[in-house]
Every structure is written in structure tokens, then in C-alpha cells.
Design a protein around this ligand. Structure first.
Ligand code: DAK
Length: 276
């Protein structure tokens, strides 16, 4: 059959390939991607294979056109109880351990660099590498039963997936020294007071969903630009940071979403953002 005389062309279909995951579940519901860690028997500890799947799923999230916000959570009584202590106990050579740390940092960096908002829905323990994963997310919501901490020094280790760097940037150096040097588990209510959490709730999934919905109704392009401005501004002097903000503000003003958002306001209607 010839296509020469077809009077319509089908749009090229874009099928996103989602790998089979063993240690996590990936679901998308109303623009929200839910990544659930599914190794509750080991308290969702981050073995190398789990880290690999997290890197893979973050690529899926970045490419999935349906997704506006991503939520990470865990099955069972832990969000993630840290890197896998069995695997870490085998590390002896300084270069091998350094590579391991850099590999884990890269996975966390992937999450931090996702061009859409991310939420850690902390259902239980978020310890060590688990808290570091939550720190790589933009927002943290926890169950009121959750416990958070960086217990590494109690194991003769130090946080190696970004904890010594992201924690003080988030909550200030004094509070970060306290948590890292004591290795203590902090209850959710205290973590909220410390600025480590954004919300504490009885039902962490419902709270994360509500937060994700509040975010998802905004312009996806503006969300990505705002996130980029916040992230890039942290590590540079204020005058340079303000330049970054002005550049990204300029970019926002060239988008269809900005035309739509401002027109909708002036026309007293709800905006319909297309993410363009
Ligand atoms: N790794 C491996 N298995 C773990 C684990 C972990 N992080 N956490 C728990 N599990 C396993 C337990 O061994 C147990 O396995 P079975 O005995 O049933 O086979 C099962 O999960 C259930 O745990 P428990 O029986 O201990 O459960 P409890 O309710 O009694 O206690 C707990 C819950 C969270 C208080 C306890 O499990 C616990 O303290 N877990 C360890 C938490 C922890 O210390 N996490 C930090 C891990 S260290 C680095 C790079 C990265 C890092 C460090 C260095 N560089 C390369 C330098 C990061 C390090 C970490 O994250």
C-alpha cells in the first residue's frame, strides 16, 4: 500500500522505554511520578543494584513527558535505612571507596538535577544514604513516625553521598555539625523545627500528593527555571547569583507558558500551561 496519497500523517509516536525494575516501582498518576522502593526486608538499603536502578529511573523521569513532579517513597517501615552496610564493609582500598562515594554522589546529583520538582515522602527511617537521597530532592515531607539522621560516624564512616555538603547548605552549619557528629536519629517533629523537613503529616502519601498537586498546576517551564535559579545561586556570590536569576527570568519571559499565565490572569481565567 502506498502512502503517497495519504491525506493525513500520523504524528510520530514516542514510546518511552521503561526498564524492568527489581527494587523499585515506577507509576505515573495525574502527572505525578511515584518511585517506591520495594526492598522492605532490608529496609530499602541502597545496595549497588538499587543505586543503579535509581539512576535509571531518574532518566525515565527526565524523559517522561507525562511527568510534572516526582515523589520518592519507601515500602514498609523505612524510607531508606542507608547505603548497604554489608557492601560498604567490604570497602578497603581508598581509591575503590572513593569511586564508590563518587558513584553514589553521581546518582544523587542526577536526582538533584532533574528539570522538574522532586519530593521525598519519608514514610519511616531516612538514615545515612537514605537521608542523603532525601536531601537531593527539592522538598521533604515525613510521616510523624519517621526518624532521620546521618549515623555514619557510629560505623567508622562519614556520609559519602553528599550529606556533609547538602545538609549544612540546607539547615546551616551549626545544626549539620550537631546531626553528623552525634549520629543521632532525629524524630520528624524536631527535623521540621530544624528546617530539614517541609511538612510532617499522619498520612505522608496524602501530604506528598497534596504538595505535588499544588506544584503541578504551575508552569512546568517556570518550575524548571525557578529550580535551576535556586540551585545554581547557592554556591556563587550574591551579585553573580542575581545575574543567574536575571538570565533565567529573561528566558521565562520568552515562553508560551508566560504568555498564557499572564493572559489568563488578565482575562480572569485559569491558565492552561503546555510546558512550552
Ligand atoms: N544496610 C544493610 N542492611 C540493613 C540496613 C543497611 N543500611 N539497615 C537495615 N538493614 C537490614 C538489617 O540488617 C535487617 O536484616 P535481617 O537481619 O533481617 O537480615 C533488616 O534490614 C531489618 O533491620 P533491623 O532488624 O535492624 O530493624 P530494626 O527495626 O530493629 O532497626 C534501624 C531499624 C533502622 C534502627 C536499624 O536497622 C539500623 O540501625 N540500620 C542501619 C542504619 C544505618 O546506620 N544507616 C546508615 C548506613 S551507612 C561512603 C558512601 C556512602 C556512605 C558512607 C560512606 N563512602 C564511599 C565513603 C553512606 C553510608 C550509610 O548510609
Amino acid at each position: 500500500m502506498s502512502h503517497e496519497h495519504d491525506d493525513h500523517h500520523e504524528a510520530p509516536s514516542f514510546a518511552l522505554e521503561i526498564p524492568e525494575f527489581e527494587y523499585l516501582r515506577y507509576e505515573v498518576d495525574e502527572g505525578i511520578a511515584w518511585v517506591t522502593f520495594t526492598r522492605p526486608k532490608a529496609l530499602n538499603a541502597l545496595a549497588a543494584d538499587v543505586l543503579r536502578e535509581i539512576a535509571e529511573v531518574s532518566e525515565v523521569i527526565a524523559e517522561d513527558p507525562e511527568v510534572r513532579v516526582a515523589v520518592f517513597t519507601g515500602e514498609g517501615k523505612a524510607f531508606v535505612a542507608g547505603a548497604d552496610i554489608g557492601e560498604i564493609s567490604e570497602l578497603k582500598e581508598v581509591f575503590v571507596a572513593r569511586e564508590y562515594s563518587l558513584g553514589g554522589q553521581e546518582v544523587m546529583n542526577h536526582i538533584a538535577a532533574l528539570p522538574l520538582p522532586t519530593i521525598a515522602a519519608i514514610n519511616g527511617y531516612a538514615l545515612g544514604g537514605g537521608l542523603e537521597l532525601a536531601l537531593a530532592c527539592d522538598l521533604r515531607v515525613a510521616s510523624n513516625k519517621a526518624k532521620l539522621g546521618l549515623p555514619e560516624v557510629g560505623l567508622g564512616l562519614i556520609p559519602g553521598f553528599g550529606g556533609t555538603q547538602r545538609l549544612p547548605r540546607l539547615i546551616g552549619a551549626g545544626r549539620a555539625y550537631d546531626l553528623i557528629l552525634t549520629a543521632r536519629h532525629v524524630p520528624a517533629e524536631e527535623a521540621l523545627q530544624l528546617g530539614l523537613l517541609n511538612r510532617v503529616a499522619d498520612d505522608v502519601i496524602a501530604a506528598a500528593r497534596k504538595l505535588a498537586q499544588q506544584i503541578a498546576k504551575n508552569s512546568p517551564v517556570a518550575l524548571a527555571l525557578a529550580k535551576e535559579s535556586l540551585a545554581r545561586g547557592v554556591d556563587v556570590p550574591l551579585p553573580e547569583a542575581l545575574e543567574i536569576e536575571a538570565d533565567l527570568f529573561g528566558m521565562a519571559c520568552t515562553t508560551k507558558d508566560m504568555r498564557e499565565g499572564t493572559s489568563a490572569f488578565l482575562e480572569k481565567r485559569a491558565p492552561e500551561f503546555k510546558g512550552e
